[in-house]
Write a protein that binds this ligand. Structure first.
Ligand code: FMN
Length: 387
């Protein structure tokens, strides 16, 4: 029940846009562009938000809503809220210590935390900080031996679910990132130096903690002459095949989830391959500007998919009401990358609880306002007729 948790948070930043505005002041522009940027003209990113605004829900009063249960049961486990942290590569670049802080806060709140393949904290540390709620995201390695090794490491560390991301068959060309000049390891150009000097808190914290590194894949970089960017782009397969998923299914006996599904046939393929869940996602509008909004992808899934798979969603979620809207359309668990990392950049270590508490409060109030006493029972009967 949501009642057992705090809904207290810093009222100077009551919503995610307030945290974004503060983050923009506190971090260098090359970091802000990394988290905020989309692909091409950023229309898919905008479409994700517009689609949420288009979902109307009609209240049903004459119900006692003094007690509201925000929990959700998926993969045989109850989570206290249907909102978690999706995988975000280079998490500690946004604010040093972000990955540990978010994993600990998620464990405390009993909400899912997904660690990226390209995270900057050792995977066994994260699994130990969040033993009940940590999931591992895999960018399928080109080299099958590396793939097997990473899955075994995720199993040994104790991750609760394995998430395979499908929506990066090719590295994205994101113009904002290219223009802002972010490179790893850091290359000090006059522009980067100026940005670092004018954002001293971020710079001091980053200097104290050291330049973030891809610690979980570093051991596979056997050619020391290969530039890091070339290693990372060569690391993944160009398009995860059904054969690879079938292979992974044999190697991983816990919940297996495909992330980045946008098409009904792929959801049906997931069922045929014995997968347990999907995350409907377009990577937050960072891959294909022509892609449909995440909610439009969700809306076209047939009943069979909802009956046989746990359907989850990200891309564009910014409020607790959005989480409730997606549930009315059939999704069971929602995630938001930018919300959490804006929170970290805005408030440092306090950012994790701030975002969790904002969402818990907004989900609870939205359910109460709609006359719904439990998140599990939010369904299409609340959708306004002409949605
Ligand atoms: C800076 C950044 C890095 C990301 N890195 C990864 C990643 O390593 N693996 C992955 O599966 N998704 C990654 N994503 C996508 C997120 O998991 C998620 O799909 C997206 O953030 C959802 O959109 P939202 O930020 O609008 O909420 C990344 C997103 C951002 C913004």
């Amino acid at each position: 029940m949501s009642k057992s948790h705090s809904t207290q948070y810093n009222h100077q930043f009551p919503g995610i846009p307030d945290l974004k505005a503060r983050a923009k002041q506190r971090i260098p522009s090359f970091i802000f562009d990394y988290i905020d940027g989309g692909i091409d003209e950023e229309k898919n990113k905008q479409r994700n938000r517009d689609a949420f605004h288009g979902v109307q829900l009609t209240p049903q009063y004459l119900t006692d809503v003094s007690e509201v249960d925000t929990s959700i049961n998926i993969f045989g486990k109850s989570y206290d809220m249907a909102f978690g942290v999706p995988p975000v590569g280079l998490g500690n670049l946004l604010w040093p210590g972000s990955e540990r802080a978010l994993a600990s806060a998620s464990q405390h709140a009993n909400t899912p935390y997904i660690l990226s393949t390209f995270s900057t904290t050792p995977m066994d540390e994260i699994a130990a900080l969040a033993p009940d709620v940590a999931w591992f995201q895999l960018y399928t390695p080109r080299d099958e031996a590396v793939m097997k090794d990473m899955i075994q490491r995720a199993k040994t560390a104790g991750f609760n679910a394995l998430v395979i991301t499908l929506d990066i068959p090719v590295g994205a060309k994101r113009n904002r990132e290219l223009k802002s000049g972010l490179q790893l390891p850091f290359k000090i150009t006059p522009k980067i130096a100026w940005e670092a000097l004018t954002h001293p808190q971020w710079t001091i914290e980053t200097l104290k903690n050291g330049s973030p590194e891809f610690v979980n894949v570093a051991k596979y970089k056997t050619d020391s002459d290969m530039p890091l960017a070339a290693f990372i782009s060569h690391f993944m397969v160009s398009g995860v095949s059904k054969e690879r998923i079938a292979q992974i299914r044999k190697l991983w006996d816990g919940p297996l989830i495909l992330k980045g599904v946008q098409n009904t046939q792929n959801a049906l393929d997931a069922i045929a391959l014995g997968v347990d869940g999907i995350i409907v996602s377009n990577h937050g509008g960072r891959q294909l500007d022509a892609a449909p909004s995440s909610l439009d992808s969700l809306k076209q899934l047939p009943d069979e998919v909802h009956q046989k798979l746990t359907v989850m969603l990200d891309s564009g979620v910014r409020t607790g009401l959005d989480v409730v809207r997606a549930k009315a359309l059939g999704a069971q668990m929602m995630f938001s990358g930018r919300s959490f990392f804006w929170g970290m950049a805005a408030l440092g270590q306090d950012g994790a609880d701030q975002v969790i508490n904002i969402f818990r409060d907004e989900i609870t109030r939205s359910l109460q306002q709609l006359g719904c006493h439990s998140f599990e029972s939010m369904d299409e009967s609340w959708l306004t007729q002409d949605n």
